[in-house]
Design a protein around this ligand. Structure first.
Ligand SMILES: O=C(CO)[C@H](O)[C@H](O)COP(=O)(O)O
Length: 313
């Protein structure tokens, strides 16, 4: 059967003519695209407000002028990260490249008219900022609530600096205290039943294949894999690196949502409007005057001075 000719809108030429129509959603710096407006709804509750405080503070501290390749994580806290980066202004953003950890963050980057790249072009990232489902006192994290943990870990490892942003509910002493559904384990689809069985052998208490909400059957990750949620007793969760190693050795496992000894700092937004910053060296900062949600900087002005709450060059 012959393929029917493509019907083109008036004035649009076919790619076969050697001329391509302009990109539908071009990046900044391409075709003089005007500055984007990132449409992140203003927080309407304390949890959302604390996510934004954490995200804004982390951006102000770590996304400095010299950061050119920036990894963008997944989840509901990350849109505030992109919002704050955009507020640094078009001049500083026009030459930057942003690497997503999945479909959601790719859309965030494109919608913000930031330049999209991939980790195969940029295996060396200056800074990646991501969310987490729970963080313990040693900055070990459970991640993968959004089933993005394979790409998230690749972008965390590729980054000179990996920073986590979260609301106060994620700040925990031991993993598994608040995140009860288990450790997310991405598996090759054909191996899921065997991995479920093996996770039980490792001591998991009722591992479950994660099912989709609006689709019959399991959720499928951005990589075409399934995800198992595997709860473990507190004893195992107290040593997440050993648990990670044991789960990762199971054939059929693609990646485990335990991120151990990777974060340089974790920023928690608190209910009282402060931010707690926990650092890899065990230090903790209490930032009582984080960036004002009502007064974002008009343009990028350098590092955030935690003590005074002002931006300096
Ligand atoms: O790991 C993730 C996705 O795989 C997210 O970063 C994690 O689920 C945190 O999300 P949120 O910011 O919505 O709490």
């Amino acid at each position: 059967m012959p393929i029917p000719p493509v019907v083109l809108a008036p004035g649009v030429t076919s790619p076969t003519d050697g001329e391509y129509p302009p990109a539908v959603r071009p990046a900044r710096g391409v075709n003089n695209v005007p500055a984007s407006t990132v449409q992140v709804p203003a927080p309407t509750n304390v949890v959302e407000a604390s996510k934004r405080l954490a995200a804004w503070t982390a951006v102000d501290m770590h996304v400095t002028k010299d950061c050119q390749v920036i990894g963008i994580g997944s989840g509901s806290t990350v849109p505030y990260v992109v919002e704050r980066i955009v507020s640094q202004g078009p001049e500083v953003n026009k030459d930057r490249v942003f690497i997503p950890t999945g479909f959601q963050s790719k859309e965030l980057i494109v919608d913000a008219h930031l330049r999209l790249g991939d980790v195969d072009q940029y295996p060396h990232i200056d800074v990646t900022i991501d969310g987490a489902d729970e963080v313990d006192n040693d900055l070990n994290c459970i991640k993968g609530g959004g089933a993005c943990h394979l790409r998230e870990k690749v972008l965390a490892e590729a980054a000179d600096t990996w920073i986590v942003v979260a609301d106060y509910r994620k700040n925990s002493e031991v993993l598994g205290k608040t995140w009860k559904q288990g450790v997310p384990v991405e598996v090759a689809p054909f191996a899921y039943a065997k991995v479920l069985h093996n996770l039980q052998t490792l001591g998991s208490t009722g591992p479950k294949l994660r099912m989709a909400k609006m689709k019959a059957g399991p959720i499928v990750s951005d990589n075409g894999n399934f995800v198992i949620d595997a709860p473990f007793h507190e004893q195992e969760m107290k040593d997440p690196l050993t648990l990670l190693t044991r789960i990762k050795m199971l054939t059929g496992v693609v990646e485990v949502g335990l991120f151990c000894h990777m974060a340089k700092a974790v920023y928690f937004g608190n209910q009282d409007g402060s931010v707690t910053a926990k650092h890899y060296d065990g230090k903790t900062d209490q930032i009582d005057k984080p960036p004002s949600p009502t007064a974002p900087p008009a343009a990028f002005a350098g590092a955030y001075a935690a003590s005074s709450g002002v931006f300096t060059d």
